[in-house]
Write a protein that binds this ligand. Structure first.
Ligand SMILES: Cc1ncc(COP(=O)(O)O)c(C=O)c1O
Length: 389
């Protein structure tokens, strides 16, 4: 049997490898404290679960859903965008529910990329932007995110030659893995860049509700002209701790959304309807859970960033996302440092190189770890440092 060459070009998904190593250690009876994966440890709020259970018992939800999603869900997403960002969307043409935003991001590359086309992908970045480009037969061109530029891309440094070949630019603020955030002014520059070079912008915004100190990160669609050039992916995963339920959305440019619907309707059969009902409840229901979660994450952030600084790592305190992006001491590669942390201290983190070449020299730690485990992890980290690492 011969597998398609596109499979050979794909690196294994970052977390598959990390999870495997953690599971192997645990099977040997070792206690691993994992800061590696950004998956909320706190439960989905109970009113959302109750709605889902109720909907699961209704036979109308036992049949195939439609790929397009329930009209009530389109409406709830549009209302949420208007309330949160003052962005008014046409629920029929400018909203499409997704089986988690990862699914939509992956399939959007099939809408934009023909064989040999280029996609501009920020580095370090969420791996799905470049991997989906490769799956679609395209070539990712990496745009560095430098600490001295607050981890924002420098549009002026992208040559006309490169921009002319690109069909799309992927952006993500608040950013995974750097924790950087931005403002509407930056998105205005992105719209200008897209118009100048006739390319699409895909902005990925799943962390807009994970913020501290009143930041309230904006939507790309708040920039004038944004929906003429692009879309925004969003998700209920991080906002309502619904990673396991798999539900997200894409909003914005109607032609891009219609293209994605055409691809999806040929490949998937939509989101289970009980989960769509739960999502409607999440978007319409009480929102206090968001501030509660952010309060807990902020306390964890403060403890962890203080400890990392004491351990001699360079940290900028993130104002959004549940990620801490820490600079490791010189003389280590991010993979070596990560391996030593795991083997010598029983602490799992992700090596920066896993997010691209520009991630070398950094590690990413996630705050989605229960308080007692976080405290224990900090103790171990500081003990490991005192022992001369
Ligand atoms: C930047 C970014 N985009 C998208 C996703 C995917 O989220 P979802 O659960 O909606 O598929 C993640 C998940 O970790 C992420 O970090």
């Amino acid at each position: 049997m011969n597998l398609a060459t596109r499979v050979e070009k794909l690196a294994p998904y970052l977390f598959v490898d990390i999870t495997k190593k953690i599971v192997e250690k645990q099977a040997r009876g070792e206690d691993v404290i994992s800061f590696a994966i950004g998956d909320p440890d706190m439960a989905t709020p109970s009113h959302i679960i109750e709605r889902m259970c109720q909907a699961a018992a209704d036979p109308v939800n036992h049949r195939y859903p439609e790929t397009i999603g329930l009209p009530e869900l389109h409406g709830a997403i549009a209302e949420w965008y208007e309330k949160r960002f003052k962005v008014v969307l046409n629920p029929e043409t400018e909203v499409l529910p997704l089986i988690g935003s990862k699914e939509g991001i992956g399939h959007m590359s099939l809408c934009l990329i023909d064989h040999g086309d280029m996609a501009l992908v920020t580095d370090p970045g969420y791996p799905v932007y470049s991997m989906s480009t490769i799956i679609a037969g395209g070539v990712p061109h990496f745009i560095p995110l430098k600490e001295e530029n607050d981890f924002l891309p420098d549009f002026d440094s992208i040559s006309d030659n490169v921009a002319a070949k690109a069909r799309v630019m992927w952006l993500n603020y608040p950013n995974n893995p750097t924790g950087a955030s931005t403002d509407v002014g930056f998105f205005e520059k992105a719209v200008w860049f897209a118009r100048r070079h006739d390319l699409a912008i895909c902005h990925d915004n799943p962390y807009s509700e994970v913020f501290f100190e009143g930041l309230e990160p904006p939507s790309f669609l708040q920039a004038p002209g944004a929906r003429e050039v692009g879309v925004e992916f969003h998700s209920l995963s991080k906002t309502y701790h619904m990673t396991g339920w798999r539900i997200g959305m894409v909003v914005g440019n109607p032609a891009m959304i219609d293209a994605l619907f055409r691809i999806k309707s040929n490949l998937d059969s939509g989101i289970p309807q009980a989960i769509q009902q739960a999502a409607i409840e999440a978007l319409h229901g009480p929102q206090e859970c968001i501030a509660e979660h952010n309060g807990i994450l902020q306390r964890r952030r403060d403890k962890l960033t203080t400890a990392l600084a004491q351990a001699g790592l360079g940290v900028k305190v993130p104002k959004a996302t549940f990620f801490v992006w820490a600079k490791i001491p010189p003389g280590h590669s991010s993979v070596d440092f990560t391996k030593r942390l795991l083997d010598e201290a029983g602490i799992a983190v992700t090596p920066g190189i896993g997010y691209g070449q520009e991630g070398e020299g950094y590690i990413r730690l996630s705050l989605t770890i229960p308080d007692d485990r976080l405290e224990k992890g900090i103790e171990r980290l500081l003990g490991w440092c005192r022992g001369g690492r």
